[in-house]
Design a protein around this ligand. Structure first.
Ligand code: HEM
Length: 408
């Protein structure tokens, strides 16, 4: 039963619901609901992949260690195959790495990264505060440009140890590299991405060399020292590519967590009032934004051998997409799933995926978003949304706003 009049039609492809159907771009939740209710395990011939939309199936699949990730093992012609780097088909960050490499590379990286975040908590919060302080005092401005974009890139640059005078270049390169997240990019975008990637790679290689000679208080130093100690058997290439992955994986996603959250609060004034009345709700508010409008709308797994998935016969090499956006709105798991409610203690969402590949940056994203939601509405108690058409990103698998005008 659908309570919004005529039932939305069941989409034919994951590609439609993640970016390209204009209505789904505005609001992907009705077509995802139609899938959950009518076709929860869909074979998608356009993407050449399976598409799971129920919470239980998504949770089970992301946690299942028998699946693999490297796109070279994905079915020929599938959307995941387009993610293979033509020049270095085997080389990858932990994002697409399989065991035994993933189990060798991720733990030391995660340990060093978390130690850094804990050590730098005050500095990270200070970057958030300073960015908010530097935004215009009155009038109308784009929240994405002034706040949601600069915070994550400045924070990760500081954590890694990027030189202050290279920050502007670093931002340009990271923007270029993010184009690689779009499997259907234009040739110009591919060119810009390759150039940005090469510049970033050269700069990271140079920084690693410099930190070996003159250690500093940053994650690049932590990683080269760990390598030198012999405790973590990582190649230079592995260190560099995974430090780059922290940059690429963390920027747009955290930007969208900030943007989606501010949009949700400004369109749900009673929720904003609840947050202001009880700042202790900030952590729960971050979780509810992640559940309600997950910045990464899907993740994927590849079957290493034939196996049934949610009762369907998935074959070796076939790709299984897990809709995180849909799982997070499943009424089987969440009461009143289409209500944005920061005051309710809810079941845990899957916005960060799960299992061995669960997002490594989750604690950092949470730290930044929590501070933004606390400080932004303190500095701008009367912030409002002026009349505007909200343009959602056309990037598949990401859910975020391009421009968000706010009036202060
Ligand atoms: C993996 C979401 C922030 C770095 C992932 C995955 C998702 C995700 C869905 C795949 C998980 C899976 O397949 O099970 C998000 C969201 C973020 C965010 C929604 C912000 C709100 C960050 C940040 C960083 C980061 C801040 C780094 C600083 C990574 C990396 C992986 C990953 C390196 C690959 C982990 C692996 O495969 O072992 N993220 N992420 N992410 N994320 Fe994030």
């Amino acid at each position: 039963a659908d309570d919004q009049g005529s039932a939305p039609s069941v989409p034919k492809s994951v590609i439609e619901v993640t970016a390209f159907m204009p209505e789904a771009r505005r609001d992907p939740h009705p077509p995802l609901k139609a899938l959950r209710e009518n076709c929860p395990v869909m074979r998608d011939e356009m993407a050449k992949a399976w598409f799971l939309t129920r919470y239980g199936d998504v949770r089970t699949t992301v946690n299942d260690r028998s699946f693999i990730r490297h796109p070279l093992n994905a079915e020929e012609g599938s959307i995941s195959r387009q993610l293979v780097d033509e020049e270095n088909p085997r080389r990858t960050s932990i994002l697409f790495m399989d065991n035994p490499d993933h189990a060798r590379v991720r733990p030391p990286l995660a340990k060093a990264f978390y130690a850094r975040i804990n050590k730098m908590k005050d500095q990270i919060e200070a970057i958030v505060d300073e960015t908010i302080e530097a935004a215009p005092a009155s009038g109308v401005f784009d929240l994405m440009e002034e706040i949601a974009v600069p915070i994550p890139v400045t924070v990760i640059a500081r954590i890694l140890g990027v030189d202050e005078e290279r920050l502007a270049d670093f931002r340009d390169w990271s923007e270029a590299v993010i184009l690689g997240l779009n499997p259907v990019r234009t040739p110009e975008e591919t060119e810009r991405m390759m150039a940005g990637g090469a510049a970033l790679e050269a700069y990271f290689a140079e920084l690693m060399e410099r930190r070996r000679e003159a250690p500093a208080d940053d994650l690049i130093t932590d990683m080269v020292q760990l390598q030198a100690s012999g405790d973590a058997p990582l190649s230079d290439d592995e260190v560099r590519i995974n430090l780059q992955a922290l940059l690429v994986g963390g920027n747009l996603t955290t930007t969208d967590l900030i943007g989606n959250g501010v949009w949700l609060f400004l369109t749900h004034p009673e929720q904003l009032a609840a947050l202001k009345a009880d700042p202790g709700l900030a952590s729960q508010a971050v979780e509810e934004v992640l559940r309600f409008e997950a910045p990464v709308s899907a993740t994927s797994r590849i079957a290493e051998a034939d196996k049934p998935v949610a009762g369907c016969p998935v074959k070796e090499h076939q790709v299984v997409f897990c809709s995180l956006a849909s799982a997070n709105r499943d009424a089987e798991t969440f009461e009143a799933p289409d209500t944005f409610d920061i005051t309710q203690k809810r079941a845990s969402h899957v916005a960060f995926g799960g299992g061995p590949h669960i997002c490594i940056g989750a604690p950092l994203a949470r730290m930044e978003a929590r501070r933004v939601y606390q400080k932004l509405f303190e500095r701008y108690p009367d912030m409002k949304l002026p009349e505007q058409d909200i343009a959602w990103r056309a990037l598949p698998f990401f859910r975020g706003i391009e421009t968000l005008l706010v009036e202060v």
